[in-house]
Design a protein around this ligand. Structure first.
Ligand code: B3K
Ligand code: ZN
Length: 881
């Protein structure tokens, strides 16, 4: 628990470490009532440091120090200082051995950082600063050491003992105990350390690398999950092959291990050779995981695997550089997912998430650059900005350099910095050096927070045939940053003729055979571009593929949007036009009551989508999804949540009623027979069919009700079973809803990952997720305050997805959330700090909401002993104008 006001850490204060550690020898004695950790460090003064610092400073958190020896001499209490979160050993020699013994209580560790227990097994989470909860250490990523780890535990209770690298020795000990020693030949920062001990089943596979080495792939799970590993192992092999083919990266150790644990703060962790996963992000079977879960698992398995190069072999110098590994690795996993499935759909999913959630972050009190300048608690900076905007920044470099130069750049980066801890600037420099391009202005993407806004206007001169686009960019102020400079923005576009044909983009009057798509480079606050040789005013297709993470303001007419929806050659922009059209229609209905007519143009456009089986069905499935409430709220100035909800519901009901027969036909046309497979085509069909079902049940269609009940009962996979359940939950057929929810729980109660889905489908729905119902779910025997997934699936789903209930005008949703945050703050501050996030946007809302959100935040800020994690979020949100 915090005793003083949290300190702010600044990038500008970075100094190379005064001492480095070459080797770490660890011995873990694991018991039921605690763990003893013996650590032996080979420490030496860092030749690259000009510091004259005589004292050795080590980090430590919540540790009991049992003994400390320097070069074999035991230090007395007066010989060192271990007050606060540091252990300071004064006047150390230039080179020495430090032996430290600490005692910890993993069984009582509810923060899930450092060494803790999950379902009876020991496991670790060290990123970013969990290693200091295990032993005293210079716990910073630029100290890279070789680790040797001996794990000792009771043999019957913990037959499997794992750590990083290769197992080099094992044997039995007295009292029914045993040990295994692991050695990792690659120097690594402490955040990549991992240990697992448990009664686990092993699933094996193997992979032959491009140079012909055979890698042992091993997955460790609890016995009840033995049948849920195939998908992760297949995904892993695909990722390994892909990284060889696309980036030339080969795996380096002889063993690659994956462990699934139920209690985990994040999705997964890329520990060297021993990735640890949240069970929900790695275990899957057709009966228990939806298509979306299958795809998520494939991408997370790949993401963690890709970190072996982008993160582990080349790591971050300090935590301000987090996006160096995260942005690049998200970019790599997005490319991989595109290659495995539908690139257009993947781009749509990424852009939708970015525009809904990252843009909101950029516009809120926690806004920060991709390379932040300061933080209080680094755990709060595992954000959409670091990850997703960081990914976009890498993607823009690729767009500017082209595929070939980008690959040269990444080769140079890996070659130049292998084994080093580096910065985002080193990454950009490698890209510059390989390509010869100057990315000076581009670097502003790392330095300036906020989402650039492009205002685009156009005119056409019939007499000269010149079409002119004027583009201006501004970047809004964010906390601590004003008067921003224009950024370097790759802007992809095309022009369409009246018949929908792509037109050449002729930049000068004498240019021949101009391309039909271009990437313009915006570098000024205002720029204009002329396109020659046009017979008539074209329809512009702007920011194709979402070529930069920016907002676009252009006065589209509904006719232009409808036209783009069915004619653009860029699938992404077809989808985008559909979204913009739907947004425009929904917005125009806000506050208009239940009888205001819905634009027939929108209905016709959706009818067209449903009718045309020749279109890419994966794209159609995405186009049929109406913009989410969260996105509509994000776009609004002072959003009125209930009114937005009602307007959207009105459009949904109108579409469902007007298109009833088309939806029925779509449902039947997309009924699959044969074996379940997760291909883009079959995923799209299931998605279309379940969307049709949900829409029809939204208007309580009787025939659809029978279809849903039958689909629920007969489904051979979770996508269809959950699709039917979700549709029933969204209907007014109360008895069916209750009966099906009960049946679902009875069927799957032994499977925590499915119970989590059962919780969230209820918590996210207006019909089953009212506050009293949420409180009831929290009383359910399957709810568990110590399990982050359960908290997310009930409280997180309520506050993040059930927006009309969360934003209830009496403020009850806000008060509820603040109470849960306070309760969690003591046990798991990381999760508490994430959970509080919906309240931080209080300034965005009209006072009727905003004042109560603010009051809820103030309540949290008054809690005594507030963690650094929650303190930072709450205080930054309340600070300022
Ligand atoms: N690097 C980890 C995240 C660790 C979060 C620590 N609070 C997962 C990932 O991005 O791959
Ligand atoms: Zn990552």
């Amino acid at each position: 628990m915090r005793t003083s006001q949290p300190q702010t850490i600044y990038l500008k204060d970075y100094k190379v470490p005064a001492f480095v550690v070459d080797h770490v020898d660890l011995r873990f004695e694991l018991f039921e009532d605690g763990a003893r950790v013996h650590s032996l460090l080979n420490v030496r003064r860092n030749p690259e440091s000009d510091s004259t610092e005589k004292n050795l400073e080590l980090d430590g958190d919540s540790l009991t120090l049992e003994s400390i020896q320097l070069d074999g001499r035991t230090l007395d209490e007066g010989d060192y200082d271990n007050r606060g979160e540091k252990l300071i050993v004064p006047a150390v020699p230039d080179q020495f051995e430090l032996a430290v013994v600490t005692w910890l209580e993993p069984q009582n560790n509810t923060r899930l950082e450092g060494l803790y227990k999950s379902s009876g097994m020991f496991c670790t989470q060290c990123e970013a600063q969990g290693f200091r909860c295990i032993t005293y250490f210079p716990d910073r990523p630029d100290v890279m050491a070789r680790f040797r780890t001996r794990v000792e535990a009771d043999k019957a209770a913990y037959p499997v003992l794992l750590s990083n690298g290769n197992d080099v020795e094992k044997g039995d000990l007295e009292n029914g105990r045993h040990y295994v020693t692991w050695e990792d030949p690659f120097p690594k920062p402490s955040y990549l350390f991992a240990l697992v001990a448990g009664d686990l089943v092993e699933k094996r596979d193997s992979f032959r690398t491009m140079s012909g080495r055979d890698i042992d792939l091993r997955m460790y799970i609890e016995p009840r999950n033995a049948e849920k590993c195939d998908h992760a192992l297949d995904s892993l092999k695909r990722a390994m092959r892909w990284d060889e083919e696309v980036y030339g990266r080969e795996y380096d150790l002889d063993i690659f291990m994956i462990v699934a644990v139920d209690d985990f703060n994040m999705g997964a962790m890329e520990n060297k050779g021993l990735n640890i996963f949240n069970s929900s992000c790695v275990l899957a079977s057709q009966e228990t995981a939806t298509d979306m879960a299958f795809q998520r698992i494939e991408s997370i398995v790949a993401h963690e695997y890709f970190h072996n190069w982008s993160g582990n072999r080349v790591t971050c110098r300090d935590w301000f550089q987090l996006s160096l590994k995260e942005g690049f690795t998200v970019f790599r996993d997005s490319q991989f997912s595109s290659d495995m499935g539908s690139p257009t759909v993947k781009r749509i999913e990424d852009a939708a998430m970015l525009r809904t959630a990252q843009f909101a972050e950029d516009a809120g009190p926690m806004a920060h650059p991709v390379r932040p300048e300061s933080y209080m608690e680094i755990t709060n900076f595992y954000t959409l900005t670091i990850y997703e905007k960081g990914c976009e920044v890498v993607g823009m470099i690729r767009t500017l350099l082209g595929d070939e130069m980008f690959r040269k750049g990444s080769d140079l980066y890996f070659e130049r910095h292998d084994g080093q801890a580096v910065t985002t600037d080193d990454f950009v420099r490698a890209m510059e050096d390989a390509s010869g391009r100057d990315l000076t202005q581009f670097r502003l993407w790392y330095e300036q927070a906020g989402t650039p806004e492009l205002t685009i206007r156009d005119d056409f001169d019939q007499s000269s045939g010149v079409y002119r686009l004027s583009i201006s960019q501004t970047i809004p102020d964010t906390p601590g940053q004003t008067n921003k400079k224009p950024q370097h923005i790759p802007f992809a576009l095309g022009l369409l003729g009246a018949g929908g044909e792509p037109l050449p983009l002729t930049l000068t009057a004498d240019e021949q055979d101009a391309p039909k798509e271009r990437v313009l480079e915006l570098t000024e606050a205002e720029q204009s571009f002329e396109f020659h040789g046009l017979d008539e005013r074209p329809v512009p297709s702007l920011l194709r593929h979402f070529s930069a993470p920016v907002r676009v303001d252009y006065p589209w007419t509904r006719e232009q949007l409808t036209f783009l929806m069915s004619n653009d050659v860029d699938g992404f922009n077809r989808w985008d036009a559909g979204q913009r059209l739907a947004i425009d229609v929904i917005r125009s209905l806000i506050g208009q009551g239940d009888s205001a007519p819905v634009d027939p143009g929108l209905i016709a456009a959706y009818r067209g989508l449903l009718a045309d089986d020749s279109l890419d069905q994966a794209l159609v499935a995405k186009m049929l999804q109406l913009p989410t409430e969260a996105y509509l709220i994000e776009l609004a100035e002072k959003p009125e949540v209930q009114a937005i909800h009602q307007a959207r519901e009105r459009v949904l009901s109108t579409l469902a009623n007007e298109l009833r027969d088309d939806l029925m036909a779509c449902y039947h046309r997309n009924t699959l027979s044969g074996v379940y497979e997760v291909t883009p085509e079959s995923v799209a069909r299931r998605s279309l069919r379940n969307t049709a079902l949900a829409w029809l049940l939204h208007v309580n269609d009787d025939e659809a009700r029978s279809l849903a009940l039958a689909q629920y009962a007969d489904a051979d996979n979770m996508t269809d079973r959950m699709g039917a359940l979700r549709a029933l939950v969204g209907s007014d057929f109360e008895e069916d809803r209750e009966a099906t929810l009960d049946d679902f729980y009875q069927r799957f109660q032994k499977d925590p990952q499915v119970v989590e889905q059962w919780f969230s489908v209820q918590a996210a729905s207006g019909r089953t997720g009212s506050l009293p119902q949420i409180q009831q779910l929290m009383q359910h025997p399957a709810f568990d305050w110590k399990n982050p997934n359960k908290i997310r699936s009930v409280i997180g789903a309520f506050a993040g997805q059930n927006l009309p209930a969360f934003h209830a005008e009496d403020g009850s949703g806000y008060r509820f959330l603040s109470e849960q945050v306070c309760r969690l703050d003591d046990s798991n501050p990381q999760i508490a700090a994430r959970l509080v996030s919906p309240l931080t946007r209080w300034r965005k809302f009209a006072p009727v909401h905003g004042d109560q959100m603010k009051a809820a935040l103030e309540k949290v800020s008054q809690k005594s002993g507030l963690s650094r994690d929650v303190y930072e979020v709450v205080h930054k949100s309340l600070a300022g104008k």
